[in-house]
Each structure stands twice: as structure tokens, then as C-alpha cells.
Design a protein around this ligand. Structure first.
Ligand SMILES: NC(=O)c1ccc[n+]([C@@H]2O[C@H](COP(=O)([O-])OP(=O)(O)OC[C@H]3O[C@@H](n4cnc5c(N)ncnc54)[C@H](O)[C@@H]3O)[C@@H](O)[C@H]2O)c1
Ligand SMILES: O=C(O)C[C@H](O)C(=O)O
Length: 328
């Protein structure tokens, strides 16, 4: 192991996703089996003790690639020198809380974290926001990190992408490895648009192989409402699958997408496909040389246009709310 360890900051480290995520990072699945990592865990003061327990377990794993674990309750320290920032900790919606209240509470978390990333993160920092509402939390963090290039801020829709792959593989009776060019557009919320317009299986069109009624009445709502279905079944939101998707998102970002395929990530819009510039919206993206890029030049049919516009309208509303609250 000659390479210097990569610093990985994980916020909400004592939460459910943190518990599922940290051991996979330590085992080399985030960056690769030859890349040592140093973990920097951020928690609120009340949860530092629990994070310490997780750090003891990480130590007990004797992971060859884990160069150490540090715990912080101050974002400035947690993001000092960080190369990969996984923003998982967020304020969940509690009973009676309006969407505006939720956005405001999360502004109190993601504003100082954006400032801390701006002040102290490494020059090559890559940020993935997982904590909900993920797209708008990423927008808040990004707007407080003016010195960090916009393309370093992303939010997670890889879980939705993976959910879409799983549903399609089941329907078509093929392994997920045969599926290509599935895309999630818009917000990580029930308005998201999981699209098969350009998707293929074994070189054939998926849109032609399944009927439109199944897409509209089954596939799209199943993927878009899967998070709620898991909460209903488990009594807790998805954790292991969310951690797995976070691993996939960063691994792909660093190591690239295979030729002839793409994945989905919420990235800062450059105005492509009519999505207002600056919004953090999900697109089909490729990754190369450590950069995610929006796939260009896709023809968008009328059905897709309506669905994309509806989800983007929700993102615009969220952006306008946080703007009014002075959070961006
Ligand atoms: N984007 C996605 O696909 C996706 C999927 C699943 C869950 N989520 C979201 O991920 C978030 C975390 O989920 P979870 O199940 O791990 O929640 P959890 O409640 O189990 O853990 C959250 C942790 O964050 C910590 N935290 C709160 N404020 C913090 C702050 N300011 N700094 C650092 N840590 C802080 C809490 O102390 C807690 O330990 C939630 O917002 C959830 O909705 C997103
Ligand atoms: O935490 C949630 O509200 C659901 C989560 O975003 C998910 O998609 O599983």
C-alpha cells in the first residue's frame, strides 16, 4: 500500500445508512481494492458516543485498507482535507412538519456543511448528498461553497436507478447486467421519472418489449414510491440499499461508466433538456476521468417531456422556497 489514504467524510455516521455504509467503504468497495481510506465521521454531539461504538467495530474489522477513523461534531474539522464527502445525516420530517419547515431545518445542516467544504476540503473534493430532500439539500450546500466547482456537487438518485433496473430485470426475465440506458430524471421524490425511452436489453428496445400501461401503472409508480413502500414494510427507511447505491454512485464517478451505457445521478444542470441552469436534477450521465457528464442529444418524446417537466417543476418550487428562506 504505497498510495496516501483518501479522506472520506461521512455525516450521519451513527445512523442506519452510516452503519451499512462504513464497513463497505473500509473494505475497499467505494474506491477500489487498492485504495487506502481514512474515515472522518461527523455526528451531532448526542450521537458521538454511538459513532465511537461504530469506530470500535471498524477497528475490530482489521480492514487492510482502513488507515484510521476520526470522529467529529464540528463540520469544519470533519471536512478538513476531505476528498470524498458523503452527506448522509439530515433532519427527517416529523409529524405535522410542512415541506417548508423541513427545508428550513435541513438548511441549518447543509449551509454550514457547504461552508465547511468550501473552507477546508481538498481541491479534488467530490460531494454526494444522500440526506433528504437530497437534491435541494445539495443545492443549499453548493450555494455556500462558491470556490468549489459546481460539478463536484451531486445528489443521489442511484438508488432509484437500481430500483428501476431490478423491476425491469424481473419483468423481462433477464439479469440486470443485460439492461442498458435506463434513466432517472428529476427529483429524488415521488415525482421522479424513471425512463425506459432509450433503454435496451440484449440490444433490443425495452420500450417496445413492455406495454405502455405496465410502464405507467406499474413500473413508474413502483420505482417512484419504493422508498415509501420500504418505510411502510420496515418501519424505517431504506438503509442497506441506500448505502449500496451511495457506494455505486462514488465508485462509478471515480472509475467511469462502461462504454455504451450510462447511469443516473442528480448533478448541477447546465440547462440541458430545458432543466433550469443551477438546479440539481437527475439526468442520464456518463462518468469519465473523475467527472460526471450529462448525456447529450437524446430525443425526448412527449410522454417523457411531461414527466420530466413535472418533476423539475417540483425542484423549482423547492429552490424558490429555500431562496425565500434565505438559505441559498
Ligand atoms: N437519496 C436517497 O436515495 C435516500 C435513500 C434512503 C434514505 N435517504 C435519506 O438519508 C438520510 C439518512 O437516513 P438514515 O436512515 O441513515 O437516518 P438516521 O436517522 O438513521 O440517521 C441520520 C443520522 O444523521 C445524524 N445527523 C443529524 N444531523 C446531523 C448533522 N447536522 N451533522 C451530522 N450528522 C447529523 C443523526 O444524529 C443520525 O445519526 C435521511 O434523510 C433519509 O431520508 C436518502
Ligand atoms: O427516506 C425516505 O424518505 C425514503 C428514501 O429516500 C428512499 O428512497 O428509500
Amino acid at each position: 500500500m504505497t498510495q496516501a489514504p483518501v479522506n472520506v467524510t461521512v455525516t450521519g455516521a451513527a445512523g442506519q445508512i452510516g452503519y451499512a455504509l462504513l464497513f463497505r467503504i473500509a473494505s475497499g468497495q467505494l474506491l477500489g481494492q487498492d485504495v487506502p481510506v481514512k474515515l472522518r465521521l461527523l455526528e451531532i454531539p448526542q450521537a458521538v458516543k454511538a459513532a465511537e461504538g461504530t469506530a470500535m467495530e471498524l477497528e475490530d474489522g482489521a480492514f487492510p485498507l482502513l488507515a484510521g477513523t476520526d470522529i467529529f461534531d464540528d463540520p469544519k474539522q470533519a471536512f478538513e482535507g476531505t476528498n470524498i464527502a458523503l452527506l448522509v445525516g439530515a433532519r427527517p420530517r416529523s409529524k405535522g412538519m410542512e415541506r417548508g419547515d423541513l427545508l428550513e431545518a435541513n438548511g441549518g445542516i447543509f449551509k454550514p456543511q457547504g461552508e465547511a467544504i468550501n473552507a477546508g476540503a481538498a481541491d479534488d473534493v467530490k460531494v454526494l448528498v444522500v440526506g433528504n430532500p437530497a437534491n435541494t439539500n445539495a443545492l443549499i450546500a453548493r450555494s455556500h461553497a462558491p470556490d468549489v466547482p459546481a460539478d463536484r456537487f451531486t445528489a443521489m438518485t442511484r438508488l432509484d436507478h437500481n430500483r428501476a433496473l431490478a423491476q425491469l430485470a424481473k419483468k423481462l426475465g433477464v439479469p440486470v447486467t443485460e439492461l442498458k440506458k435506463v434513466a432517472i430524471w428529476g427529483n429524488h421524490s415521488a415525482t421522479q421519472y424513471p425512463s425506459v425511452q432509450h433503454a435496451e436489453f440484449g440490444g433490443k428496445s425495452i420500450a417496445e418489449a413492455v406495454d405502455q400501461a405496465w410502464l405507467e401503472n406499474d413500473f413508474i409508480p413502483t420505482v417512484a414510491k419504493r422508498g415509501a413502500a420500504i418505510i411502510e414494510a420496515r418501519g424505517l427507511s431504506s438503509a442497506a440499499s441506500a448505502a449500496s447505491a451511495a457506494i455505486d454512485h462514488v465508485y462509478t464517478w471515480v472509475n467511469g461508466t462502461p462504454a455504451g451505457d450510462w447511469t443516473s445521478a442528480a448533478v448541477v444542470s447546465d440547462g440541458s433538456y430545458g432543466v433550469p441552469e443551477g438546479l440539481i436534477s437527475s439526468f442520464p450521465v456518463t462518468a469519465k476521468d473523475g467527472k460526471y457528464e450529462i448525456v447529450q442529444g437524446l430525443e425526448i418524446d412527449e410522454f417523457s417531456r411531461t414527466r420530466i417537466d413535472a418533476s423539475v417543476a417540483e425542484l423549482v418550487e423547492e429552490r424558490d422556497t429555500v431562496q425565500k428562506l434565505g438559505l441559498i
